[in-house]
Design a protein around this ligand. Structure first.
Ligand SMILES: O=C(O)CCC(=O)C(=O)O
Ligand SMILES: [Fe+2]
Length: 383
């Protein structure tokens, strides 16, 4: 079946559901910020200085993972009831529904029964704003600014926490669904990556124990099965209404829900621009931990090789012209040693200069900048 044909079939499937299913709460089907979100989240997004007020409500418990209080308890209850109502309708009408993805036997696709518009707004007005990063971070994804020094890579990762490096500013489609866990549902979720650039995951309830998320580093397709480093291990416990946002390529899974039922709202946010750009990026990917390690190793190796080659050339040059005088002039030995030390120093100065330049570049990208002077997408096309 061709892609267009599959898309048409899916449209018809959705249309069939929407024209037959009677929603329980009509108010869920249009975005209502003050009703959906807790006051801190709603206020942060109503503030004229949004960038700062959003930063103030966000925590970053691990590199590449941000969390914040998001949904009102009443909204969570309403959405849970709406999902239950939909499942009751599915059961009664014996309608064969599609599950959210190949990993879940339970759960429902919210987009399929009318919530596509609400979730689209959630992505465009809220998730995209959190994910976009500063204008410098957006521009930086197109520059070759990675560095051979590990601590700078760490600094870079902190700068890019808002997901500009995976096109967080250009999210343009989504897949919205709920997952359901418990003894009578899916129990756990295996180690995986999502088919998204940025994933929003919010716990809706109900009462449960267990069900922690575990994270094990961000990886591109090539390195997805590679090892995990100690600093990439991070576990997260869900609490009702609290959101967690991470890159889709951040390897993760959900531990067993040991009692009760857990239902989570998932929004896989995608960027067609990023996916297109990625096709043409042949070298190391900025967001992948393993690519960064390979890049560092290669640069360190290249630098060492240059140093060695230069030293050999110099030895040959000096040795061939003035070597005999060394035996007759004792001061010559001191002079030569000094000369060698100077050469080594010169290398260290060059390395130091590159390091400082890189730090300044990163710091510059951290500082606030007047956004909107030119479009980041335009910049991508130019570079
Ligand atoms: O159960 C969870 O909280 C995680 C679900 C998840 O990772 C997914 O559906 O992609
Ligand atoms: Fe996932």
């Amino acid at each position: 079946m061709t892609f267009g044909c599959r898309e048409q079939k899916h449209k018809e499937y959705r249309q069939k559901i929407i024209s037959n299913y009677q929603p329980l709460y009509r108010e869920l089907y249009t975005m209502n910020s003050s009703m959906f979100f807790v006051p801190s989240f709603h206020k942060a997004f109503s503030n004229p200085d949004k960038d700062q007020s959003i930063k103030d409500i966000i925590s970053q418990p691990a590199p590449g993972v941000v969390t914040f209080d998001m949904l009102q308890p009443r909204f969570c209850e309403m959405l849970l009831s709406e999902v239950e109502n939909f499942e009751k309708w599915v059961h009664e009408t014996k309608f064969r529904i599609m599950r959210p993805n190949t990993m879940n036997k339970y759960g429902a696709v919210l987009d399929d029964f009318g919530l596509e518009g609400t979730l689209g707004k959630l992505m465009e007005e809220f998730v995209r704003h959190i994910s976009k990063g500063t204008i410098q971070e957006q521009l930086a994804i197109t520059k070759k600014t990675q560095t051979p020094f590990t601590f700078l890579t760490v600094l870079y990762k902190i700068c890019a926490v808002y997901f500009a490096d995976v096109g967080g500013f250009a999210l343009d489609s989504h897949h919205g669904f709920v997952v359901e866990y418990g003894m009578d549902r899916d129990v756990e979720l295996g180690f995986h990556v999502d088919d998204s650039e940025v994933t929003l995951n919010v716990c809706l309830g109900k009462q449960f124990t267990g069900g922690d998320l575990f994270f094990r580093g961000v990886r591109c397709e090539k390195h997805v099965n590679g090892p995990t480093y100690r600093d990439e291990i991070f576990d997260y416990s869900h609490s009702v209404g609290r959101a967690i946002l991470h890159r889709g390529r951040h390897r993760h899974g959900a531990r067993a829900t040991t009692s009760g039922n857990r239902v989570n709202l998932l929004l896989w946010c995608r960027s067609s621009v990023f996916r297109e750009l990625k096709k043409y990026k042949k070298d190391f990917l900025n967001f992948c931990g393993e690519c960064q390690k390979e890049k560092e190793a290669r640069l360190v190796h290249t630098m060492a090789a240059w140093k060695q080659r230069f030293c050999i050339l110099l030895t040959r040059f000096i040795g061939s012209t003035t070597w005999p005088s060394l035996f007759f002039d004792p001061f010559e030995i001191k002079r030569r040693l000094l000369f060698w030390k100077l050469i080594v120093c010169l290398f260290d100065v060059i390395r130091g200069y590159l390091l400082v330049k890189e730090i300044l570049l990163r710091l510059e990208s951290l500082s606030d900048h007047e956004p909107g002077l030119f479009s980041p997408l335009l910049y991508i096309q130019v570079s």
